[in-house]
Write a protein of this length. Structure first.
Length: 418
């Protein structure tokens, strides 16, 4: 049974039916899903949630589908890791890593938004499912379309990492590489969706797709023992994730499932594509578009569709934001891997690097519980860090060579330590 009451313009509050609509025809504002909040308060309990399988669908009443989930039954509910070694490096006594780099089946946070969009696409009668993507979304759309037997087109910039291109292709989607930025790809897909009547996860199905990102916030609260952290640091690309984490926190509190002060939410971007951070610094309500130039390709969106909502959420929660250079991003990748054994893509390196800056600047206090969001796996983007890593030692097969190698390594470490 659906708890959805319709769609509503987030700007002028005009109501719309729950169809494949994504923009208000009166003020051009984006549409968001509305729910029967009173019924949710009467129905949803911690005990009911905890009794369900460990997937994003354990929060079924707060997600915008009519019937049963069609895909993503093993997606979501990713680990929340206590990161004491990383915390010691950053100067934090209670640090947690929300690790979507192991999300099923394509190793990114997109596996919590795409199942919602794909289920809704089937409910609305679409047989062609697609997206405009910087890589992770393409992989997830291709995988969930395959599980549902839907035809699939994914549109990407030509400069995308080869691993992500191959992953989409092997999953059976039609991969279309466009000579342009992500923003160029997104504009073309808007026209394609209108022309052919196709369902695009992050365009005409965006109102539903975005709701899946709330589950990251839901899980953080549940996994912390039904309490809020003091801070959350999230990477920002198109702007879907950060505002919905905030919305997820607010909805859990509204439903009576958690009490307390809402967390401060902070935005992390790459210096080579930081329209949100520039808008924060300039006091703007809307980001001004930029042309991306960064190794963090999964967050290289120069004109974020939900940039306004990122800015609003950051400001309303008392959060902040910062940008990291490519070298700082690489340092962040190595630091997370070395301390916690998690290999993240550059988006996660950005989050780590920005968290370090926020602690250094006193924005995040040493004793304040902090969660950082790692949204994708470094195993799909290993080329980005390859040149910054030392080559493997080259030895023969004899034990004497190994003895000499270990002795030399120990001598070098003693010199550095001394």
């Amino acid at each position: 049974m659906s708890y959805v009451t319709g769609l509503e313009c987030s700007m002028c509050r005009a109501p719309f039916p729950p169809r494949a609509l994504y923009v208000c025809d009166q003020c051009l504002g984006p549409l968001e899903v509305t729910y029967d909040r009173d019924r949710i308060r009467r129905t949803l309990t911690r005990e009911l949630i905890e009794s369900r399988p460990a997937s994003l669908w354990r929060y079924r009443e707060l997600l915008p589908i009519d019937g049963d989930p069609r895909t993503g039954l093993e997606s979501g509910f990713t680990p929340l890791l206590r990161a004491d070694r990383l915390g010691a490096e950053l100067g934090l006594r209670e640090l947690w890593v929300k690790d979507d780099s192991v999300n099923h089946p394509t190793l990114s946070y997109k596996d919590r938004v795409v199942p919602v969009a794909a289920t809704r696409a089937v409910e609305l009668g679409f047989r062609m499912f697609g997206c405009a993507s910087t890589g992770n979304l393409a992989n997830s759309v291709a995988a969930h379309a395959a599980r549902l037997g839907l035809s699939c087109y994914v549109f990407i910039p030509r400069t995308l990492e080869p691993g992500k291109i191959r992953a989409s292709a092997v999953l059976g989607s039609e991969v279309v590489a466009i000579d342009g930025t992500y923003d160029d790809v997104n504009r073309l897909c808007t026209q394609v969706g209108d022309r052919y009547g196709w369902g695009f996860a992050n365009i005409n199905l965006r109102s539903y797709y975005a709701e899946g990102a709330k589950t990251c916030g839901f899980e953080i609260v549940e996994q912390l023992g039904w309490r809020f952290p003091r801070h959350v640091v999230s990477p920002v690309a198109g702007g879907t994730l950060l505002p919905r984490i905030g919305r997820g926190f607010d909805e859990l509190r509204d439903a009576g499932l958690v009490d307390g002060e809402l967390p401060r939410i902070h935005a992390a971007q790459a210096a080579g594509c930081a329209p949100v951070i520039q808008a924060l610094d300039a006091g703007l309500d809307h980001p001004e578009p930029v042309r991306p130039n960064t190794i963090a390709k999964s967050i290289a969106i120069g004109n974020p569709a939900d940039g306004y909502y990122v800015l609003r959420t950051v400001r309303e929660t008392g959060g902040s934001g910062a940008a990291a250079t490519d070298e700082e991003i690489l340092d962040g990748i190595r630091l997370l891997a070395r301390t916690e054994g998690v290999f993240t893509e550059p988006a996660g390196g950005t989050t780590v690097a920005v968290t370090r800056k926020l602690v250094r600047d006193g924005v995040i206090g040493a004793d304040e519980a902090t969660v950082i969001c790692i949204t994708g796996s470094g195993y799909k983007t290993s080329d980005a860090i390859a040149d910054s890593l030392p080559p493997p030692a080259q030895l023969g097969r004899s034990l004497s060579e190994m003895d000499a190698f270990v002795a030399e390594r120990d001598r070098r470490h003693q010199e550095v330590g001394g």
